[in-house]
Design a protein. Sequence first.
Length: 638
Amino acid sequence: MNYRNIKPSATYLIPAALLLSSCTYMSQGFLSGSDRSAKITPNDRFGDSAEQIIYLDQNWDASDSLWFYNTTQGSNLLPWDIFMHLELANSQELLRSDNNMNGYRYLTQHSNWDNPEALPVGFVKDTFEGKDYIGLTCAACHTSQLNYNGYGIRVDGAPTLANIRALFLDLVSSLKATLTQQEKLERMANALDLNSADEISQLRTRLQASLKAREDYNFVNAPQHGEELVDYGYGRLDAFGGIFNRILGHMNPDQDPHDNSEVYNPANAPVSYPFLWDTPQHDFVQWNGIASNTGAGPLGRNTGEVLGVFASFELGKVEHDLGYRSSADIRNLGRLERHLKSLQSPQWPEALPAIDQSLAATGEQVFVEYQCHTCHEAIDRSDPNRLITAQFTSLDLIGTDPQMAMNALSAQGPSGLFEGRKLNALSKDSARFEETTLVAPALTKAATGTIAQASPDEPWYIAWPERAYDILVSIKDNEVKIANRHLDFEVVDNGLQDLKAYKARPLNGIWATAPYLHNGSVPNLHDLFLPSCSDAEAESGKACRPNTFTLGSREFDPVKVGFVQKSAAEHADLFVFDTSKPSNANVGHEYAVGVTPIIKLDANGKPVKNAEGKNEQLWLPPITEAKRVALVEYLKTL
């Protein structure tokens, strides 16, 4: 029994468990140590090494981390028993083996109280309507490890390095192999203690259903740019693309994805997973700030996320239901958001070479000289009352790859089940969904309807008060009360058009979040302050952002501040990031090299206008290598 899913009326059953979880955490029958059940996987295929796992002071103890890792949000990726015994396509090794999951760059764990099967960080058992599933938690995408000098430095809330698309492709090949190779099917049946022909036939039927679900997902979410397939690689995912397509699929449940791909939009704009510290304190979240973080916004945001990350749900209305039935765990989604409020950004640890404080002080002056502070707000990581106003820069000005922002703005599809329904059931506005819709408002409707629907399996006098309580608590605990969109240093309210922009976050903990730019197209901080160049310019000896680099290794470079570059010829499983591919451009945000202009501000921080009423722009002088090095040293201190 997982005490996190027990309702308040039943908490009297577990006072001892609650007492223990408030200060310690049980692991393998003993109190969890400083490694928080982390496991070191030997013989790393990328040539990485770590002899000891350490955690940083982020205001979370072991119980906080392990609660975050193991708390379900209602994700139902695959039936539990099938996942637990699923072999890789070309061997008898289990897909979930430490060796294989480490290859995807998920973080392996020892068995502990809430993770007796020793699943990787972010993988958890979920139960819905009497059936067990393997699902993903927030931690699967937002926990990282950096290796240096024998230490494996775990960072809670940091972007994962995981290659989730490789996992999804292997799930399909493994399910196919189990259905087509009698020996594999028999081994799974034996492991599940299935003996009769009927039981094995039922297993085959369940495998076929799982295979279809995973094949359909991979098909509609292929990162296609015309005829070209551009893989995500390590540390990236088109989260919006995947979420939007799941919503469209559930709005049009009778459409076979392979027969009518016009329902869907290409999931071809992968971005780096954002880091989570200070997320509850922001007025807008996501790279393009698609929704306000005020009121019930965080609950809606997290509900939309789990609908995309494999919650079971239906968008067809059931008589007398207020909303849409789903496996989304609304109570836990609220708890997870509140839990993140206490998470602090990581500080440069003693395990890494000491910061040159004199050089960093020079770098702070460079930071101001190049106007970095005007977009990247300085905050006190330990201030419990910190609130953050997001600063957005328009696509035309910042010049970075526009694919993600434009996809989120333009993705559309047939309204299906939503056609004719009110856009907002709680509004007096009578606007309704037409035959075709943008996906953004459809996602909002799906999420709000999911939140509104209490459990149909309980009496209404229990279910509705509990759901209302969850919603009210989430709103009450949300300290973000105002959200005015600041675009190019002005407050704007132009609807969806304001989403043609990317957000500048505070840079505390930025050292632990490589690679850089929203699409992960720059491998380290040093190279971020170089210009983007053509291959010919780079070959001529000009100092440039690299046009190709490798990803997959956890080995940390404390000088350039990013991951060590290893040879793909020596480590075939490394991913080669090619910035010439669509969605992968490494251009833009080139303020320090005199390419990207800044907006000229007056003494009050307001844009200076020219005679035509447009913002005046300035080009800063190209930074020297000495200043570049000093700036990187300063960013280590944040």
